[in-house]
Structures are given as C-alpha cells and as structure tokens.
Design a protein around this ligand. Structure first.
Ligand code: GAR
Length: 201
C-alpha cells in the first residue's frame, strides 16, 4: 500500500536546481492536513543545490541525479530521474526552479501530471533573465505564472498568475525579490487548485 493510499494525499516530487525557496514553500503548505498533496521527494540535477539539505532535514528523500555524469545524453539523465520517481511512487511533479530544459520523453510521460512556476506573466518573457527583460521593456506590471509543462518551453496552459507592480527605481534584484514572495504564495494555491480538479475526474 502506498502512503497516498494511507493518507489520501497525492504523492508529489519537487524538482530544484538551486536554493529551493519555492520547494520549501510548497513543502510547508503541504503540511496542512487538508492539503491534497504530500511531498515525498526533492529531486535535483545538481548535488550542490542548497535546497537538498533543507529537504533532507525535513525527513524527505532528497536525491540528486547529476546531469554532468550523462554528458549530452539528456534523455538518459531523465530516464535515471524517472527511475527515482517510480521508486518513490511519485504521482505528480512540481518544477520549482529546475533550470534544465526537459526532453520530450519526460514531458510526454508526465504530461498532465507536471507543472512549473515561471517568474514572469506568461506569455511575456519566456526563458531566462525575466526581471531585467521586464525592466528593459518598460512594463508596469510583472509577476509569476504557474503553468502546465508541455514540450514547448514555458508554453503550457496557464493555471494561475500573480501580478507584481514594477516600482520606480526597481533593479532586477529588487523586482526578483518581490516576485519571489508572490511566487511562494501562488505556487501552493495553484497546486491545491490543480489537484482538486484532478481528483474530481
Ligand atoms: C524562481 O524565481 C523560479 O520562478 C525560477 O527560478 C527561481 C528559483 O528560485 N524558475 C525559472 O526561472 C524556471 N525557468 P528558488 O530555487 O528559490 O525556488
């Protein structure tokens, strides 16, 4: 019997590449008894990702599959990750600052069961350096988006967005810090909404 059969919660993995503050916010939110998910695994492509230690300290499985060991074999890296996901009975994936572009193989396998948070109001500013690009474009509003993961990078259906005003004198770092606060609130709210709809099917 899996843990989710015991608790009724969907078994989630968070994917990180660095400090993992969005992962931490998700794990904390999921501690609420009525939250529809539990985090059972934190996965990283980088053994040095700061968030791994925090996750291990929470008693979670915190596992790195170092992409550098696979050279150009991106699918091989993801097949190794997928084996870890299967071993932990993962049912749903939250990309949370995972900075590798996924191959169609993993995306297709997990389509409909994998979401991402992006630090911009999609469809604006797909890709990297979103805060500086928003300032350079002179936009008055910025923010974050939670979306489904599909083969096109940052192109999947939008689940939820949080707006953050751009203030006079903002630097990219100042704007990033305010967007990050909004991300932490947005991601768990969006996950709750997505899982409530999934479990109704
Ligand atoms: C977050 O701002 C997240 O939206 C962004 O990386 C940061 C990770 O911070 N993700 C992307 O840019 C994905 N393309 P965190 O590690 O503290 O959650």
């Amino acid at each position: 019997m899996t843990q989710s059969q015991v608790t009724g919660k969907i078994r989630c993995a968070a994917f990180i590449s660095g400090r993992g503050s969005n992962m931490m916010a998700l794990v904390e939110a999921a501690k609420a008894p009525d939250f529809p998910a539990e985090f059972v695994l934190v996965m990283s492509n980088d053994p040095a990702a700061g968030g791994l230690d925090w996750a291990a300290g929470q008693g979670l499985a915190a596992i790195a599959v170092d992409h550098r060991l696979f050279g150009k074999d991106r699918e091989g890296h993801e097949r190794a990750i997928d084996a870890v996901l299967e071993a932990h009975g993962v049912e749903f994936i939250c990309l949370a600052g995972y900075m590798r572009v996924l191959t169609p193989w993993l995306v297709e396998k997990w389509q409909g069961r994998m979401i991402n948070i992006h630090p911009a109001l999609l469809p604006d500013f797909k890709g990297l350096h979103t805060h500086q690009r928003c300032l350079d474009a002179g936009h008055e509003r910025h923010g974050a988006t939670v979306h489904w993961v599909t083969p096109g990078v940052d192109e999947g259906g939008i689940i939820a967005q949080a707006e953050v005003p751009v203030l006079a004198g903002d630097t990219a770092d100042m704007l990033a810090a305010r967007v990050l606060v909004a991300e932490h609130r947005l991601y768990s709210t969006a996950l709750r909404q997505v899982l409530a709809n999934l479990t109704k099917i």
